[in-house]
Design a protein around this ligand. Structure first.
Ligand code: CP
Ligand code: NVA
Length: 300
């Protein structure tokens, strides 16, 4: 069976390090592998995207391959035919499949039946490429440390779940500030808590979450597919807004991260996202480098 990346826990800690080493060398242009030479990659999107689509398409091109952008209008995944059959057919044409969709189980089914690697470009449950790129960004911007203090503020969503997945493999002091009914996935939280080298704090107090933090991270309060809940979420989460007064509680060298797209004025203020602590555009750039490294690793 080929290696796929449905979520971060499909990897071992040493493999994450291998991906980071590849990523660094590619970013510094010390190596330029072309594992996709002569191959096409199916990029399936049933949700909108700027960063994931463009960074994958450019990355695939730079690895020697050709990206096919496929929306649900064409394939109607799981409706025109079973996901298993779609996986078997696509595997006869392409060297890899990348997919962004709603149900995480659809990605798992695709990976189970494909004979080529499948990469998750975001589901309702997780966003593995994002958080691998984000941790790489932390390593670039912060001095080496055994366990970074990472404060995540806002909705307990696919981004939060992915940080927790990383914490189950790599030592992290993850401090999640969120409301009682916007918590992350329970099973993923439980798994992260089983890593004795990580510390996981869940708190309703945003100040407690960010105290002495090396990283403050936020994301939209209503994710794709949940925009109808935006008003309700805003009521619950407005006290978790990342603004200058909250930043004052963090380490003076704190970096501020956001996976983007941001809803400026809601989960983060202009002053902070455009301010000196923000690394959001380096973070966005690293999506390209990390995905090239992930694809190269999976095609090994
Ligand atoms: N961060 C991210 O995945 O952005 P897009 O939704 O634009 O792909
Ligand atoms: N939680 C957000 C992340 C976007 C990159 C969403 O799923 O819409």
């Amino acid at each position: 069976m080929p290696r796929s990346l449905c979520q971060i826990t499909d990897l071992k800690a040493a493999e994450i390090q291998e991906i980071f080493d590849l990523c660094k060398k590619m970013k510094q242009k010390k190596i330029a592998p072309r594992p996709l030479e002569g191959k096409a990659v199916a990029c399936i999107f049933t949700k909108p995207s700027l960063r994931t689509r463009v960074s994958f398409e450019v990355g695939i091109f730079e690895l020697g391959g050709h990206a096919l952008y496929i929306t649900d209008n064409e394939i109607k995944l799981g409706q025109r035919e079973s996901i298993a059959d779609a996986a078997r057919v696509l595997s006869r044409y392409v060297g890899m499949i990348m997919i962004r969709t709603f149900a995480h189980s659809d990605v798992e089914q695709l990976a189970q039946h494909a004979s080529v690697p499948v990469v998750n470009g975001l589901t309702d449950l997780v966003h593995p490429c994002q958080i691998l790129g984000d941790y790489f960004t932390v390593l670039e911007h912060q001095p080496p440390k055994d366990r970074y203090k990472i404060a995540y503020l806002g909705d307990g969503n696919n981004i939060t779940n992915s940080w927790l997945n990383l914490a189950s493999l790599i030592p992290l002091d993850l401090r999640i500030g969120t409301a009682e009914d916007t918590l992350p996935n329970e099973a993923i939280l439980h798994k992260a808590r089983r890593n004795p080298d990580s510390k996981i704090l869940l708190t309703a107090d945003p100040k407690e979450a960010v105290t002495a933090a090396d990283v403050i991270y936020t994301d939209v309060w209503a994710s794709m597919g949940q925009k109808h809940l935006a008003e309700e979420k805003e009521k619950k989460l407005s006290k978790y807004q990342v603004n200058s007064s909250l930043l004052a509680w963090a380490d003076p060298e704190v970096i501020v991260m956001h996976c983007l797209p941001a809803e400026r004025g809601r989960e983060i203020t202009d002053e902070v996202i455009d301010g000196p602590h923000s690394v959001v555009f380096d973070e966005a750039e690293n999506r390209l480098h990390i995905q090239k490294a992930i694809m190269t690793f999976l095609l090994k």
